[in-house]
Design a protein around this ligand. Structure first.
Ligand SMILES: NC(=O)c1ccc[n+]([C@@H]2O[C@H](COP(=O)([O-])OP(=O)(O)OC[C@H]3O[C@@H](n4cnc5c(N)ncnc54)[C@H](O)[C@@H]3O)[C@@H](O)[C@H]2O)c1
Length: 333
C-alpha cells in the first residue's frame, strides 16, 4: 500500500507562491548543471497540425530523489468552442528510491510559477541590481508570470512597459495586475513604439509564441539584460540572431537552447558556437562566470525543463502533506 496525493489548481495556488518556487527552480538548475539531474527526450505529436497537439516532457533528479513527467495537450479552438483554456495537462511525480508515484498535479499553474521563477533567476543572476526600467513583450499568461517573478528579485524596478502584438491585451494586463504591484508603474504601450522603450530598458523580457524576430540588433542599451522565454520549440523566434551573436549568452540547458531556444537561430547560421553558451546552473554553482562588467549585455535563453515542474511540484506536495491538503489515494500493489 502507498499513498498518492492529487492537487488541483486551486489547492496548488493556496500552497505555493512565487517566493517558494524560486529557490526550488534554482536548485533544479544547479543539480542539472552538476550532473545530478537530467532530461529524457521530449515526446511530441501533432494530431491535427496547427489545431491539436501534445507533448510529454520528463526528467530525473537524483539530487532531489524524484523523477517524473509533464504531459500537456493543446487545442487551438478550446477557448472559442468550449470556453476552456487551449493548454491543459498533468504533472506526475515518482519517488526514485521507492519507485512509487507520490503526486499528480494540474500542470498549468505549475508552469506559470516555474517559468516566472526562471525569468526571476535569470534577472537576479545576470541583470544589474540597480535596474529601474523593464520592458515585457507578450501580455498573456507568461507576461503576468514574468512580471511576478521580476518583482520578487529586482528591488529597484520602478517602471515596466508592457507590449503585445494586440495592444488591447497589453492594456488589459496593465489594468489587471497594476494593483498587485504598488511600487512599480506598469504601463501598456503601443506595439509600434517598442523600439523607443527597449532602447531605454535595463531589462527586456520576451514571452510570445512569435516565429519572427521583433527585437532587433542595435536596440538594446549597454548593460541591458534580456530574458527570452517564448522560444521553446524549433522555429520560434523573438530576437534578431545578431543580438545572440554579440551578447553574453546564458541558457537553462546548453543542448536544449540549441534545439528549441532563441540560440537555435544564431547556432544554425554559424554565428555562435555552443561552447559560448553558459548554463545558468553553472553560474549558480560558481563554476562559470555570469556578468563581469556593468556595460556588457547579457541574455538568458530559458526554454523550460521538466525539472522546474518537478521541483515546484515537490515543494507543493511536501507542503500539502504537512497541511493535509489534496486528495490522498491509498494505492494497492
Ligand atoms: N520557456 C518556457 O519555459 C515557457 C513556459 C511557458 C510558455 N512558454 C512559451 O511562451 C510563449 C507565451 O506563452 P503564454 O502562455 O504567455 O501564451 P499566451 O497565449 O497566454 O500569450 C501570448 C501573448 O503573446 C502575444 N503575441 C503573439 N505573437 C506576438 C508577437 N509576434 N509579438 C508580440 N506579441 C505577440 C499574443 O497576442 C498573446 O497575448 C509561448 O511561446 C509559450 O510556448 C515558454
Amino acid at each position: 500500500m502507498y499513498r498518492l496525493r492529487i492537487l488541483d489548481a486551486v489547492q496548488f495556488r493556496k500552497l505555493v507562491t512565487m517566493d517558494d518556487v524560486i529557490p526550488g527552480v534554482k536548485e533544479a538548475y544547479k543539480l542539472f548543471s552538476s550532473g545530478k539531474a537530467g532530461l529524457f527526450p521530449i515526446i511530441t505529436h501533432e494530431f491535427d497540425p496547427g489545431r491539436t497537439d501534445m507533448d510529454i516532457k520528463s526528467a530525473y533528479m537524483d539530487g532531489a530523489g524524484i523523477y517524473g513527467l509533464k504531459i500537456l495537450g493543446w487545442n487551438r479552438d478550446n477557448p472559442s468552442v468550449l470556453g476552456v483554456p487551449a493548454l491543459a495537462g498533468l504533472i506526475v511525480v515518482m519517488d526514485i528510491e521507492r519507485q512509487q508515484p507520490i503526486g499528480i498535479l494540474e500542470g498549468t499553474p505549475v508552469t506559470f510559477l516555474r517559468t516566472g521563477a526562471a525569468g526571476a533567476i535569470g534577472a537576479e543572476s545576470l541583470a544589474r541590481p540597480e535596474s529601474v526600467n523593464a520592458v515585457v513583450v507578450g501580455s498573456g499568461a507568461q507576461g503576468r508570470a514574468q512580471i511576478m517573478g521580476l518583482s520578487k528579485v529586482m528591488h529597484k524596478l520602478k517602471n515596466i512597459d508592457v507590449f503585445d502584438a494586440q495592444d488591447i491585451y497589453a492594456e488589459k494586463m496593465a489594468e489587471d495586475i497594476s494593483p498587485n504591484y504598488p511600487g512599480i508603474k506598469i504601463t501598456a504601450r503601443p506595439f509600434s513604439s517598442l523600439k523607443n522603450y527597449v532602447k531605454n530598458a535595463d531589462i527586456v523580457v520576451t514571452c510570445t509564441p512569435s516565429k519572427e524576430a521583433f527585437i532587433m540588433y542595435g536596440w538594446l542599451k549597454k548593460g541591458c539584460h534580456i530574458n527570452t522565454i517564448g522560444a521553446d520549440m524549433a522555429g520560434k523566434q523573438e530576437i534578431d540572431p545578431e543580438i545572440t551573436a554579440t551578447v553574453k549568452v546564458f541558457g537553462d540547458s546548453r543542448i536544449q537552447v540549441a534545439q528549441k531556444g532563441e540560440c537555435q537561430h544564431a547556432l544554425s547560421r554559424g554565428m555562435i558556437s555552443s561552447e559560448q553558451i553558459t548554463e545558468i546552473g553553472e553560474v549558480l554553482n560558481g563554476t562559470r562566470l555570469g556578468r563581469t562588467s556593468a556595460d556588457e549585455i547579457t541574455m538568458f535563453d530559458a526554454t523550460g525543463m521538466a525539472l522546474q515542474d518537478l521541483m515546484t511540484a515537490k515543494v507543493a506536495l511536501e507542503r500539502a502533506e504537512s497541511l493535509n491538503i489534496g486528495v490522498v489515494v491509498e494505492m494497492e500493489q
